[in-house]
Design a protein around this ligand. Structure first.
Ligand code: KG4
Ligand code: ZN
Length: 505
């Protein structure tokens, strides 16, 4: 992140940037000539919040006799929730106290309860309603008053708020982003503060429901998500000790995944964002998996090679910086996890196959059978359908093969191809480390191979915990924090996209 924003008096050089912010947050922004008059008028005071010369917010007041009227406060949508508005209001009130004003007033949209709460913290209380004050006749304005600007109580209150805003990104002003994940067979919700601090993470798995069908049944998954989504979100909020309306934003995975399942999370997140008046952010599930490692290892050095191996995807990714990455290669047929699941099903082991094969392999001989390693030395892409067929054929021709040896040898072939390629990619691209992401990253042998490869090549190995590897919502809320800052909120008409791709460079 960049340095904390600073406050400065607004000048004509800031007008364009201020108007750009207003066009995004106000229905009726002021015109340029109004702004020029505002800046010149001695009874007006306007401040801007600057982040390395970029205007990220502004606020202003008007003095009349012994009263000060706060006329405008606006913050760039993607920077809301950082305490910028509080800092601006605090500065304006400090100034009014110094100027000898005795009371302060302002008007705020009746529907904008979030901003009203902000003013209440400063001691403002509602004094009346102005019908149809804003754009539509039903859009009432609430007038709020703050008396006794010169009282010691107010001085204490302002000092207390000041102490809670060390710069702008003070933790007390941020409650965290609520993340929701429903792309496949896990209903999950989490609250994460500042893209790092996991305040809660709740995962409700449907594995038992799907196990009797030998795989995820999309319609069954959607129904199960509908049933669990509200209890899971409720549990995540309770565990974090946060009221829904106090979260900074609501984020949900909107792809890739099963369209019906994705829609449950996306619709719920949009509804909550409307009711609580907080931004909604649609998140790419694959990008979320990439960020899982950062939740546990905040100081990951880049460039970094990431093996994203899940039930639906197998990708070799070069991460060059925050939200900057290139997909070097991906699977041409089955995903790594899919290969585990299919092999397990063919040899009658149950679902999901990954954990079962992982466990059996611990008791088997991984050198018992040499299964093919497809495309091991050419290019960056993968293919796992050949090894899957070989396992099934081997068992057909050698029915007495111990199942543990079969599992261990299959697992070895998959891990060998994955790690050999990742290691070569790290060497060719000068990466500092190797990182695992996605459900298959929970595999014990794959983890061991990555550790051994990193030791041999002088690389750092980043292995997220098993809970972070498999689908969860903490990773969704974490990446949402970065996306909100980079791109701002998503539009409310954003749909579920079952085949969403990584927004690579
Ligand atoms: O990332 P994930 O939870 O869901 C998707 O986005 O796909 O990954 C699920 C996949 C399944 O294919 C599952 O068999 C596999 O990850 N998996 C494993 C292990 N644990 C889960 N594969 C190998 N070894 C494991 N221990
Ligand atoms: Zn996943």
């Amino acid at each position: 992140m960049t340095a904390e924003p600073e406050l400065a008096a607004m000048t004509s050089g800031h007008v364009d940037a201020v108007m750009a912010i207003d066009s995004r947050v106000y229905a009726r922004p002021w015109t340029r000539s109004m702004w020029i008059k505002e800046i010149e008028d001695v009874d007006r005071s306007h401040l801007v919040a600057l982040d390395e010369l970029e205007v990220v917010g502004h606020a202003g007041s008007m003095y009349a006799l012994d009263e000060v009227h706060l006329t405008t406060v606006a913050v760039l949508p993607q920077r809301q929730g950082e305490g910028i508005a509080s800092s601006l209001v605090l500065a304006l009130l400090d100034e009014a106290v110094r100027a000898g004003s005795s009371s302060a007033t302002l008007e705020v949209r009746a529907a904008d309860r979030r901003t009203q709460r902000l003013y209440s913290r400063f001691g403002f209380s509602p004094a009346g309603v102005r019908r149809g004050y804003y754009t539509t006749p039903t859009d009432d304005g609430i007038i709020m008053w703050l008396d006794d600007l010169q009282s010691p109580e107010l001085a204490r209150r302002l000092d207390e708020i000041r102490s809670q805003i060390p710069g702008f990104a003070g933790p007390t002003t941020q409650q965290g982003i609520l993340g929701i994940e429903t792309s496949c067979d896990e209903t999950a919700a989490a609250v994460v503060r500042g893209g790092r601090e996991v305040r809660s993470s709740v995962v409700s798995s449907q594995i038992e429901i799907h196990a009797r069908f030998g795989g995820v049944v999309p319609e069954v998954a959607s129904r199960a998500h509908v049933e669990s989504i509200l209890p899971v979100v409720g549990a995540a909020l309770t565990e974090a000790g946060v009221d829904g309306e106090d979260v900074d934003a609501v984020a949900a995975t909107h792809g890739p995944g099963l369209v019906g399942a994705l829609l449950v999370g996306v619709s719920a997140a949009k509804a909550m964002s409307l009711v609580w008046e907080v931004p909604f952010i649609g998140i790419n599930h694959l990008e979320a998996h990439l960020y899982a490692a950062f939740l546990e290892e905040p100081d990951l050095e880049m460039p970094l090679v990431v093996l994203l191996v899940s039930g639906g995807h197998t990708m070799l990714i070069l991460m060059e910086g925050d939200l900057r990455y290139r997909v070097l290669g991906s699977t041409l047929d089955d995903a790594a996890g899919e290969a585990f699941d299919k092999v397990a099903r063919h040899i009658g082991l149950g679902y999901p196959g990954g954990p079962i094969i992982d466990k059996l392999s611990a008791k088997g001989d991984r050198d018992a059978i040499r299964f093919p390693r497809a495309m091991m030395s050419d290019g960056w892409d993968f293919s796992f359908s050949g090894v899957k067929t070989s396992v099934v054929n081997h068992l057909r021709h050698n029915p007495d093969t111990p199942i543990e040896d079969l599992a261990a040898s299959f697992q070895e072939a998959v891990a060998d191809v994955l790690v050999t390629k990742a290691r070569r990619a790290a060497r060719e691209h000068g990466a500092k480390g190797l990182c695992l992401a996605g459900g298959v990253a929970a595999n014990a042998r794959l983890r061991q191979c990555v550790i051994e490869a990193c030791e041999a090549d002088g690389l750092r190995a980043f292995l997220p915990s098993r809970e972070m590897c498999t689908d969860n919502a903490a990773m969704v809320a974490a990446v949402a924090w970065h996306r909100l800052r980079a791109d701002g909120p998503s539009p409310l008409d954003l749909g579920a996209d079952p085949s969403l791709r990584l927004p690579a460079l």
